[in-house]
Design a protein around this ligand. Structure first.
Ligand code: MIC
Ligand code: SF4
Length: 740
């Protein structure tokens, strides 16, 4: 089936194909078109093979799905309980607390899953992307997931894309999933990594080259002899962090490493099938020979000379080769003492990662060293935890003072009870995770969070010092002797095989129709959704400016995670975190904006509620790459719920822009970015041209300044006709309900 589809696509496009194109064209929802799709131009309908959701986004996705009127999901789907477990003292105590604190939400997710035929991975089973890689990802497939790091599955040659819950709902409801045909970036890897360098360093370097928005609208396809030398899980790490450069997804061609991993994780038949169509699961040879003919941009990295990297703080694209890092720490005055090193997460939890890190920990013990910083380990899945415990790796970490937390996101998403006496203290931590936005890990705006590979993090945790370079420097041990750490040694796949007692999976019953879903009306954690109102058919006039956000405004700024994760199923309650992390352009403060109705300064959510109560819509203005980061659609639903009508920015991150459209919001960009400067604190703003809202046609913004003057300028949008219909209906879900 796949080979014949690829053959037809090759005829249509009339040239050799990249791997990304092969998978995209073989997952078209409709028949092949009469001419090839324009990359970066045409919207395309796809039919993904699966859907995955994690607990913090699944609640909203499933609340929406419940209104779609289906008995079962149209494609295989799974829910993973990983984001709601707080890391505090250690795995078993923390899991016990999470089970009781989140009982209502877990029960809801479990019963909805059972009712609609969705596989349910219980709390403690592991982090969504690790579990997907171990169980469901397959070469040549296509999946979507309600989490930006769904892209992790590219490590097994799959096109896997992060989306908002409304997109997941469409696919589960048996509809097509729409995406603008991505552009393609080729990354050619030559040579072989050695010493301290690992797969993580490739993506840390790529992040430095492309920056947090360089991958927007693109699929990053890796190839070259260097690619084939990287383990499947190492490939997963690279694809995972492709989310940090805004890439739609990243992918590697099928190779022996993927085949080995499939076999080691009990999927020999898939490996055999894939081996049979090997050439179809890679780009055509000519693409590898002259990549610049086929990719929109090509980057080349020589793995022989690649150094370990340390990226941060506050943004994942501040990339420094380790040989320069010490200088940077000193010059920029980052806190030199390292307080905590954290390894694991969905990005770096493989057997190879943990063996490499454990080899450093073992040396430390042998050389009479213990970790000077706190050292925290979050395994990615129960399969990994069980196997690494059996093989003594977790013991190696514990011997130097490491604490093993539950198989869950934990500190990566701010679910971390950090043991500190001063929550505002300036300090440094280093993780093997992927994101390091301000406040993300522990809520402290002054925590300088750096990202590196697990083995580098382990070495830093042992030294407790950011100005230590493990490749060149020595440490002084308990006996006062100078000792040096040797380079890490890893084992790709467990020699004795993977093992697990209870993986934590609950299959849905064959018939779940009798299951009754209860949502208590007074629940503070779950709330059934009320449809949003439709567009009234006229231009939007005199909208007060809610906030003009300055600089980085990620989804962590728009809808913070950590303590707020508990309200992910309750739209009204979670709306109380709306934009509380965004910096107000006019006073450079967070969560303090002017209420135009009374001239007083108040929080963003309170001001938005005041406008809403007065029957006024409002407008949010933002900077570049607005909505960068996560897939959480709460960042779009909260403004919708609190009466914001439009988000006007210099540029958007892909998932967030789509989420806004789905919820019936206007996502607009300045035609001339300099017009951002024209917006004043007291402005009332008109959005003109909506009665003839059409694809490709500019809208107009009119500013009414408080001194009585007005200014106007054009704004762009990327709405196609269907998305305009969503806007008119007040949201995609309203349109779906109408069609039922
Ligand atoms: C993240 O890493 O930011 C998250 C938490 O996994 C999010 C999803 C969410 O906000 O629930 C993501 O990356 O999409
Ligand atoms: Fe969880 Fe962190 Fe991975 Fe997001 S990036 S899925 S929060 S471990």
């Amino acid at each position: 089936m796949l080979p014949s589809k690829i053959e037809k696509a090759r005829k249509l496009v009339n040239r050799p194909l990249t791997l990304s194109e092969k998978i995209l064209y073989s997952h078209l929802w409709d028949e092949l078109p009469s001419k090839p799709f324009g990359r970066g131009e045409d919207y395309v309908n796809f039919g993904p093979d699966r859907v995955a959701m994690q607990d913090a986004t699944a609640q909203m996705a499933l609340l929406q799905f419940m209104t779609a009127g289906r008995n079962r999901t149209a494609v295989p789907s799974t829910v993973h309980c990983d984001h709601l477990i707080q890391a505090s003292v250690g795995a078993s105590a923390d899991l016990g607390i999470a089970l009781s604190q989140n009982k209502e939400v877990y029960d809801f997710l479990e019963s909805v899953s059972a009712k609609y035929g969705i596989g349910f991975w219980k709390p403690g089973a592991g982090i969504i992307h690790q579990v997907i890689l171990e169980n469901y990802a397959f070469p040549g497939g296509m999946m979507i997931g309600t989490d930006s790091h769904t892209v992790n599955a590219g490590g097994l040659g799959m096109i896997a894309i992060g989306v908002g819950g409304a997109d997941a709902m469409d696919v589960m409801a048996g509809m097509a999933w729409e995406l603008k045909m991505p552009k393609l970036i080729g990354v050619k890897l030559t040579g072989k990594m050695n010493g301290w360098t690992s797969a993580k360093d490739i993506i840390l370097k790529v992040a430095g080259i492309l920056t947090v928005k360089g991958g927007t609208g693109c699929i990053v396809e890796y190839f070259g002899d260097g690619a084939d030398s990287i383990s499947a899980t190492g490939k997963g790490t690279i694809c995972n962090m492709g989310a940090e450069i805004g890439a739609t997804t990243s992918i590697f061609g099928y190779d022996a490493k993927m085949s080995d991993y499939l076999k080691a994780t009990g999927r020999e038949e898939i490996a055999t099938l894939a081996n049979g169509i090997w050439a179809d699961l890679r780009a055509d040879e000519d693409v590898y020979k002259s990549p610049s003919t086929y990719f929109d941009q090509v980057i080349e990295i020589d793995l022989n000379t690649l150094e370990p990297y340390v990226n941060g703080p506050f943004t994942p694209d501040a990339a420094y080769p380790i040989s320069e890092f010490v200088k940077v720490v000193k010059e920029k005055g980052y806190p030199q003492k390292l307080e905590v090193g954290l390894i694991g997460s969905c990005t770096n939890s493989s057997y190879e990662d943990l063996t490499r890190a454990a080899s450093i920990a073992r040396q430390a013990t042998a050389k009479n060293l213990t970790a000077k910083a706190e050292f925290v380990i979050t395994p990615g899945s129960e399969l990994i935890r069980y196997t690494t415990e059996r093989d003594g790796l977790l013991g190696d970490f514990e011997k130097i003072g490491g604490v093993v937390m539950a198989n869950a996101c934990g500190p990566c998403i701010g679910q971390w009870k950090r043991h500190t006496d001063d929550p505002e203290k300036s300090n440094s931590i280093i993780t093997s995770f992927n994101r390091n936005f301000a406040k993300r890990n522990d809520g402290n705006p002054n925590t300088h969070s750096f990202v590196a590979s697990p083995e580098i993090v382990t070495a830093y945790a042992i030294s407790g010092d950011l100005c230590f370079n493990p490749l060149t420097d020595s440490l002084v041990n308990e006996a006062g002797e100078k000792v040096k750490l040797d380079e890490p040694k890893g084992i790709e796949l467990p020699v004795a095989g993977f093992d697990v007692k209870d993986a934590g999976y609950l299959a849905p019953p064959a018939d779940g129709s009798a299951i009754n879903i209860v949502v208590k009306p007074d629940s503070e954690r779950l709330q059934l959704l009320e449809p949003f109102g439709a567009w009234k058919g006229a231009d939007l006039l005199a909208l007060p400016l809610l906030i003009k956000a300055k600089g980085k405004c990620t989804t962590d700024h728009i809808s913070m995670a950590g303590p707020w994760l508990r309200f992910r199923g309750h739209l009204d309650n979670i709306s109380n975190n709306m934009l509380i992390g965004a910096l107000n352009f006019f006073n450079e403060k967070t969560n303090l904006i002017k209420n135009q109705l009374n001239g007083e300064y108040d929080t963003v959510p309170a001001t938005a509620r005041a406008y809403k109560a007065a029957g006024l819509g409002s407008i949010v203005v933002g900077d570049e790459n607005y909505g960068e980061g996560s897939s959480r659609e709460h960042a779009a639903m909260e403004p919708r719920h609190l009466g914001v009508r439009a988000i006007l920015v210099k540029s958007f991150a892909r998932i967030h822009e789509t989420n806004l459209k789905k919820q019936g919001m206007l996502a607009l960009t300045f035609a001339d970015k300099a017009d951002y400067e024209l917006i004043k604190e007291d402005d009332r703003i008109d959005i003109v041209g909506l009665t003839s809202f059409a694809p490709g046609k500019l809208l107009t913004i009119v500013l009414h300044h408080s001194d009585g003057t007005t200014e106007q300028f054009p704004v762009n949008h990327t709405y196609n006709q269907m998305q305009i219909d969503w806007f008119k209906a007040g949201g995609a879900l309203n349109l779906l309900r109408m069609s039922l």
